[in-house]
Design a protein around this ligand. Structure first.
Ligand code: FAD
Length: 324
């Protein structure tokens, strides 16, 4: 694909609806700059309406692959479909939502198309040679890498909440149905279980007690829940507690929820830039960490150096007495 000079258009894909819109918004901005067409890919079952909706959010064309067999994300089938579409229509840029499914999909696609893929771009722009420039956080949040491409399609993945959702408008566009023969899936889904979701949206919480990897076991979350309950607040967490340990459904930070409570208590959270990016607007930040050098203390209004297993229950007891 590297010699693909006739490539044109910007395409976006995400199986996650909100991220699809955010990516579409960024795609629209880039398409306007390059004066080219913006297209989206929608794959699933009964997705015609969803496809029509994307036109209102800026897509001039939506390629729709609709089949009952595609109701749930399937890596091989989705990869085969997107690969075929891209190989047939030659977009110059493809933006993929950076989800657990989207990231490996983009990487596998890039390998098949013999092109590059820049993951987790928190900024995207184009230069005077129509080359995409992706900016991504690197070296544990201490630097921003600017990466560009030598080949097309230029594939980048986009994390959730990096870009704004666009407003609806009355732009004209069309949804194009594409027929595919879906190969039988190589994998079989045995069971689907929903993750626990809290009742109040964390963005709206006034008091947040947040867990980091300093919390040793899932059952210990109860310590933080007790403190949060005393305050009338909610429990949040850093990203590894969702991605690696699967204890929670959502995390706080650059690629997670941005919060602005009156009080944010970080327990066993190191406080690297990606986490701090999501809590900066908190009114008061309290950090509990046993490492006095932990970066969280640089942003904390109050810091407690010590073991969260001692401090959190003590804080809860003290608060209970004060609030009685
Ligand atoms: C593109 C990208 C986006 C990312 N986005 C996010 C994001 O949105 N949000 C996010 O959180 N992360 C994000 N990350 C991950 C981020 O880089 C860090 O890996 C993560 O924030 C670290 O989580 P942590 O602080 O819980 O764990 P660690 O960094 O392992 O820190 C654990 C802390 O707990 C302390 N500790 C251990 N035991 C105790 C104890 N008993 N009592 C008190 N303190 C204790 C330790 O001293 C340490 O400071 C992102 C990474 C990338 C590459």
């Amino acid at each position: 694909m590297s010699g693909m000079n006739d490539a044109k258009g910007i395409w976006v894909f995400s199986e996650a609806s909100d991220l699809m819109l955010e990516t579409l918004g960024k795609g629209r901005e880039l398409a306007d700059k390059l004066q080219t067409e913006l297209a989206a890919i929608v794959i699933g079952s009964n997705v015609q309406e969803k496809a029509n909706e994307l036109v209102k959010y800026g897509a001039e064309k939506v390629y729709v692959v609709d089949s009952p067999e595609l109701e749930h994300f399937q890596a091989d089938a989705y990869l085969g479909i997107i690969h075929k579409l891209v190989a047939d229509y030659h977009p110059e840029i493809l933006l993929v939502g950076s989800t657990r499914n989207g990231k490996p999909l983009a990487a596998r696609l890039a390998t098949r198309l013999e092109t590059g893929c820049v993951p987790d771009c928190t900024r995207l722009s184009v230069d005077e040679n129509r080359r995409l420039i992706g900016e991504r956080i690197t070296y544990g949040g201490n630097a921003i890498a600017k990466v560009t491409f030598k080949s097309k399609p230029q594939i980048a993945t986009v994390p959730a909440r990096a870009f704004e959702k666009p407003e609806k408008n009355d732009r004209n566009g069309q949804a194009v149905k594409v027929d595919f023969t879906i190969d039988p899936a190589k994998t079989h889904v045995v069971e689907r279980k929903p993750l626990e979701v809290s009742s109040v949206r964390i963005e709206e919480a006034q008091y947040i007690v947040s867990a980091g990897r300093g919390l040793a076991k899932k059952d210990d979350v109860v310590l933080l829940q007790d403190l949060a309950k005393t305050l009338g607040g909610q429990v949040g967490c850093s990203r590894p507690l969702v991605e690696d340990r699967k204890w929670f459904a959502d995390w706080i930070g650059l690629s997670g929820h941005k919060v602005k409570p009156k009080l944010y208590i970080a327990c066993g959270v190191s406080g690297v830039i990606q986490h701090v990016a999501g809590i900066r607007d908190s009114k008061i930040i309290v950090a509990i960490n046993k490492d006095p050098e932990a970066p969280i203390f640089e942003v904390a209004d109050y810091g407690v150096v010590g073991d969260l297993y001692k401090i959190v229950p003590a804080l809860k007891d003290a608060l209970k007495k004060t609030l009685q």
